[in-house]
Ligand binder design. Structure first.
Ligand SMILES: [Fe+2]
Length: 430
């Protein structure tokens, strides 16, 4: 195919490229798309596929450059180009730019499903769930059996605490974590019973492990005094590890300053979120940015993940035995100001979670600004039972690593300096 690709007619060559895209062979797609674009330099379909191949291989800025080029050179750009560019801005955490481009796509083609769903995702990312639900319901009307549409609609409904409606839409989605989110909705719904909950746990036991199901079954096991048979992590407090990145010379204060400077320069969006009191966090994945200190930090993280895994090499927990073969590191900054804190939460999409303390104001009282772990959070019902907790003392340059199923929170602090954390998740790729 490589040798005679140039001899194919234009439509035949586009077909070859589409087939490679559907197969997910993006390395090969990139090579052939480059050759196609050399032969047909202004061809919109060819350039679009070249941009998509770049995006799928993680070359986000190259993809952005190509989309912007196609739009600039077209007299009448088609809706899908703005829609694709908008999705790219979303991935880069530039949510306002994403909304602007989805709106342009919808002006040209009001029923563009990609942009209707994209508007929902962007508004949800900005914390506006009521508006997000309106967009997702519009896309659900167009395609009620789509996994992604049902999942996204369910997620915004769950955040609005409409648990029964959310459980229904999760049940219609086959996306990863759908069943665990459905379990969470059942656990929080006043109209569902304990046996509804454990019936679904039985189904989850036969599926790949995830931290949300682990967190829920652990919580329920304490609340209902039942054995936790889910095999993710039997004793999560024992799996918390703290290392000082300053003491082992992995990083120093200069790298932290360079890192923060590079994030600032990237103009990545910062957003508020309901759990974060007097603070903001970055949108998208910081590790998609390609600058020296960010790359260095990612290398340090990979080394520490290896060390963490080695420490627990004897463990029988599924968390270690079924460690994902392939994963990405998804990172974001959490900036908290004087008097602020981050309420208890766990990382549903993750596997292993971690925080690196980049700036940590001096303590004024016992545990201010420290990290608290708990088996309770997310406003789950406790039936008056108290759940175990553990506090970790935090210093600048520390990294704390733990199973994503554990609830954690920040103890409020007083200072005129900001507390800045780089949080990240190891996220399995299916
Ligand atoms: Fe967190």
């Amino acid at each position: 195919m490589i040798s005679n690709f140039e001899k194919l007619k234009k439509q035949e060559a586009i077909k070859v490229l589409s087939d490679l895209h559907n197969k997910g062979d993006f390395d090969f797609l990139l090579k052939l798309a480059k050759r196609f674009v050399e032969k047909y330099p202004g061809n919109v379909n060819g350039l679009n596929i070249l941009a998509i191949a770049n995006k799928r291989l993680g070359n986000f800025y190259k993809a952005k450059e190509i989309f912007e080029f196609i739009i600039k050179q077209s007299n009448k750009p088609q809706a899908f180009l703005f829609s694709n560019l908008a999705n790219l801005f979303f991935d880069l955490g530039k949510i306002d730019d994403s909304i602007v481009n989805h709106k342009k796509a919808l002006e040209i083609e009001p029923n563009n499903l990609n942009s209707i769903s994209g508007m929902g995702l962007s508004l949800s990312e900005k914390g506006n769930e009521e508006e997000a639900v309106k967009w997702f319901k519009k896309s659900y009307k167009i395609n009620p059996i789509d996994d992604g549409i049902n999942f996204n609609l369910a997620t915004s409904l769950r955040k609005l605490r409409k648990f029964d409606e959310a459980a229904f839409h999760y049940s219609k989605s086959k996306k990863r974590l759908s069943k665990s989110f459905q379990l969470e909705c059942i656990y929080q719904s006043s109209s569902k019973s304990t046996s509804d909950f454990y019936d679904l746990v039985d189904e989850l036991n036969a599926m790949p492990l995830d931290p949300l199901a682990a967190c829920l079954t652990k919580h329920a096991s304490i609340r209902y005094s039942k054995e936790d048979k889910y095999s993710f992590c039997s004793e999560p407090f024992k799996m918390i590890k703290k290392y000082s990145l300053f003491e082992d010379n992995s990083i120093d204060k200069n790298i932290i300053d360079d890192f923060l400077e590079e994030v600032e320069q990237s103009k990545i969006s910062m957003k508020h979120q309901s759990l974060l009191n007097r603070g903001i966090q970055s949108a998208g994945n910081l590790f998609l940015l390609e600058s020296p200190a960010i790359i260095k930090m990612k290398e340090v993280i990979h080394e520490k993940i290896k060390i963490y895994k080695d420490e627990f090499s004897e463990s029988d927990d599924g968390f270690l035995k079924k460690w994902p073969n392939e994963f990405i590191i998804h990172g974001w900054l959490v900036v908290i100001n004087d008097g602020g804190n981050l309420k208890p939460h766990m990382h549903k999409e993750g596997w292993l979670s971690s925080s690196i303390y980049l700036k940590r104001p001096n303590k004024k009282s016992d545990n201010d600004g420290d990290l608290m772990f708990s088996l309770h959070g997310a406003d789950y019902e406790t039936d008056g039972i108290s759940f175990p907790e553990k506090i970790y003392e935090i210093n600048e340059g520390d990294i704390v690593m733990f199973p994503s199923s554990l609830f954690h929170s920040t103890i409020p602090f007083k200072s005129n300096k900001k507390r800045i954390t780089l949080a990240f998740d190891v996220i399995p790729i299916n």
